[in-house]
Design a protein around this ligand. Structure first.
Ligand code: PFF
Length: 507
């Protein structure tokens, strides 16, 4: 029954791939720092609202579009809602490529930290600056190690390793993806469960968990908390970037997408919950302060905690290695999906080979990844955005992450809800669903989600009015970046979308 586009071998293969896509840096690195930044318990209500009101229905919609049309995101939108919707599909594909570039850069650093476990990054109580296999000193910390790593060209090498792995896994489409996720996804669950058990059994570990899960009703009046929860949920569930539609398009038409959405969201949020428990218990036991940038939590606060986990060197090292190995494999199963969305879209529309599509994507994205790891130091204090690469990453993430996912979510709801008709999609989904969707689904897609998303997007834009993001940091010689990056992203992504929508297509 395999078609030219390829199919998943089994339903399990699809669930592993889709949940592997969802579970990634978002669940380990971003979730905990967001939850902390927004006040732990205050994050929960917005988070659950985001899951049930936005995340689940949109996942059902994106999965449904894939099985209904058998096509990737832009062409599925074209078939269901016309050419203007296709344009938005291509715009999201361009944004996925921007995100891939920096997502892989972060994975490169994680790989560098993993390598550090063989040197002296993880020694009980002490850490050496990054220099492969250097001797540890009493005064150095994981933060020093991290920034010293960033200030070398080594991450460029690590990025090529991660890109190589991605392309290797993607070379034969579903066949090779399925093989990889069958190994990586169970493995990452195993490691995360190991970490949480160790965290919670530490003296005082439970208090950290309580901080994270004690509801704080005061914080929920803050619009920023809601904005944070909404973007976090979109990113964590891999929505708004064409990924889930591409993966779903490799399923047979009679797949139960209501059930699949429930399963994938549940696995994703379950993993996120466990990761939060593990990380917060470690933070509390060792009184670590996770303030600072998003990356700081995983890249130098947690390693500091790991160094305290045991007085036996090999155990400390093993934990350090496993923590970053976990980030690398969880990230890989997500980055392959970030690349597969654009690959499937280009193959479908331009009828080119997989190899050619992967080359078209990999070349510019690899250049982007390298730019994100430029070691030129622009902030001598080395806090915040110490290196040029880190600044580029941070500003790109600010614009693409905060806006494109939510804008695409908004437009696809309007396109499916009003042009195709939400009821048509609902009935199509219900045809094979064990738990059919009620009319509430139409109300969510047509009214509730667009209203919520439009409010969040407009309020974010309003907040931007006072100063361009990133312009407060004095990056000697590079102060043009905060303006250049958003303009570059918009011009390139909209141009790309225009060009590909215009290209003639015969089904
Ligand atoms: N969901 C992934 C994570 O949480 O890290 C990131 C991601 C992958 C987002 C694929 C979007 C996507 F299409």
């Amino acid at each position: 029954m395999s078609t030219k586009r390829g199919n998943w071998n089994s339903k399990l293969g699809f669930i592993l791939a889709a949940s592997g896509s969802a579970i990634g840096l978002g669940n380990i690195v971003f979730f905990s720092s967001n939850a902390y930044q927004y006040g732990g318990g205050a994050f929960y209500l917005p988070y659950f609202v985001a899951l049930f009101v936005l995340g689940l229905p949109i996942m059902m919609m994106e999965f449904g579009m894939g099985t209904l049309t058998g096509k990737s995101f832009p062409l599925a939108l074209r078939q269901l809602a016309g050419k203007r919707a296709e344009f938005v599909g291509w715009w999201s594909i361009a944004s996925a490529m921007f995100i891939t570039a920096y997502y892989v850069a972060i994975l490169g650093w994680a790989f560098g930290m993993m390598v550090g476990a063989f040197g002296s990054l993880f020694e009980p109580g002490i850490t050496a600056p990054f220099a492969p296999f250097a001797n540890p000193t009493e005064s150095a910390s994981a933060m020093v190690y991290f920034f010293s790593l960033l200030a070398t060209w080594w991450p460029v090498v690590f990025i090529f390793v991660i890109w190589g792995l991605n392309l290797l896994i993607l070379r034969n489409g579903t066949a090779t993806i399925e093989r990889a996720v069958r190994i990586f996804v169970p493995l990452m669950w195993l490691f995360m469960i190991g970490l949480v058990v160790r965290g919670l059994t530490l003296d005082g570990g439970f208090d950290g968990a309580m901080y994270l899960f004690t509801p704080d009703l005061e914080g929920i009046a803050d619009a920023n908390v809601w904005r944070g929860a909404f973007s976090q949920m979109f990113f964590s569930l891999s929505l708004g970037l064409g990924t889930m539609t591409a993966y779903a398009s490799y399923l047979p038409k009679d797949a139960d997408q209501v059930n699949n959405s429930l399963l994938v969201s549940f696995l994703n949020c379950g993993f996120e919950f466990i990761a939060g428990l593990a990380i917060f218990s470690l933070l509390f036991v060792y009184a670590l302060n996770p303030a600072g940038s998003t990356l700081s939590l995983s890249f130098f606060v947690i390693p500091q905690g790991i160094n305290e986990l045991s007085t036996i060197p090999w155990i400390t090292r093993l934990f350090g290695f496993l923590f970053f190995f976990l980030i690398v494999i969880a990230g890989l199963t997500s980055s392959i999906s970030l690349i597969e969305g654009p690959a499937a879209a280009l193959i479908d529309k331009l009828k080119i080979s997989r190899r050619k599509a992967l080359t078209i994507i990999a070349v510019p994205c690899m250049i982007g990844s390298v730019l994100c790891t430029l070691p030129i130091i622009v902030d001598q204090g080395l806090n915040g955005n110490g290196t040029l690469g880190l600044s580029i990453l941070d500003i790109t993430d600010h614009w693409v992450f905060s806006y494109s996912l939510l804008i695409v979510g908004l437009v696809e709801c309007l396109a499916i809800g009003w042009i195709l008709g939400a009821d048509k999609l609902r009935l199509a989904l219900n045809q094979y669903a064990r738990y059919p969707l009620g009319r509430w689904f139409n109300v969510l897609i047509k009214y509730v989600i667009p209203t919520l998303l439009a409010t969040v997007i407009l309020s974010s834009l309003w907040e931007e009015r006072s100063a361009l993001y990133g312009s407060g940091v004095d990056m000697v010689g590079f102060n043009w970046l905060p303006l250049f990056i958003p303009v570059f992203w918009l011009v390139v992504s909209l141009g790309f979308a225009y060009y590909l929508t215009k290209k003639p297509y015969e089904a």
